[in-house]
Ligand binder design. Structure first.
Ligand SMILES: [Zn+2]
Length: 265
């Protein structure tokens, strides 16, 4: 009996660790923002691993503006200041989010998507990982707590080193299947509230499935992904059961995006 209790405690502990009531005692929002800002600074300083976008300013402005609209339409984290940064790598059809409100998207993804709704779907999915604390929860639950403490309480030289190690570890990108379903749900909600067709995210998944297979490892390769077909089904289910959702085909905003895409060539 004793052993059984022990077993259950071990299994249940992570659930309690991540619940909303306990989280603020483990990592405050202020600390999450501080870690996020330090990681973002480190990314900016490391142009070898994170090559900055040097292309047309209109592309940057466009990604920023879509990101800002989506961020305004999330209600869960009003204190976060969201940023959207383009990284230059045409071979990477990827985007990622770090705790504290920072979203990064590669030029490979900008070239892969075909309309604003697809791009917005991906950005909203990344925002969802942040609003639902997916990355933040991993910072307090893994082998990286030592690095997190160094960032929070260290001096300037230690902070940069710890931030670099944390970026190498990438603990905050190892999401679960459930995390992915949750972020997809957020993508539907935030795009729809922004007047953008939420089917964009489904179309992006359909394209990935067609090109790279149902269990693709192109987009967010570190995450434990559900099959794309499951995610597509999940997105469609949410859209179908949510009244008043934007589904007008004009709200894909294809023409506007084609112009932006032409600036990337
Ligand atoms: Zn994800």
């Amino acid at each position: 009996m004793k052993n059984l209790t022990k077993k259950y405690l071990i299994i249940l502990l992570p659930v309690f660790l991540f619940c909303d009531t306990v989280r603020p005692f483990l990592i405050s929002e202020e600390q999450e923002i501080s870690i996020g800002n330090n990681l973002k600074n480190q990314i900016s300083a490391d142009s070898e691993n994170y090559p900055p976008f040097k292309g047309d300013y209109r592309v940057t402005r466009f990604v920023d503006s879509i990101g800002a609209i989506l961020a305004q339409n999330q209600k869960e984290r009003p204190n976060l200041r969201f940023t959207f940064t383009i990284l230059e790598d045409d071979s990477s059809i990827n985007a990622f989010a770090i705790p504290g409100g920072h979203v990064f998207v590669y030029t490979g993804l900008l070239k892969e998507v075909e309309n604003t709704a697809e791009l917005a779907g991906v950005l909203a999915h990344e925002i969802g990982h942040i609003t639902r604390y997916h990355g933040a929860d991993r910072l307090v639950a893994g082998e990286v707590t030592g690095l997190v403490n160094q960032i929070l309480f260290g001096d300037e030289s230690t902070i940069a080193k710890a931030a670099a190690s944390l970026l190498e570890n990438l603990a905050f990108l190892k999401f679960s299947r459930n995390n992915e379903f949750e972020a997809d749900s957020s993508a539907v909600v935030y795009t729809s509230r922004s007047g953008i067709n939420p089917l964009g995210v489904r179309d992006f998944f359909l394209k990935l499935k067609r090109k790279y297979g149902d269990s693709q490892k192109i987009f967010e390769p570190l995450s434990t992904h559900p099959l794309l077909s499951e995610r597509i089904e999940n997105v469609e289910k949410i859209i179908n059961r949510t009244p008043g959702i934007v589904s007008d085909s004009a709200s894909f905003y294809s023409e506007k995006y084609l112009h932006i895409k032409s600036l990337l060539q």
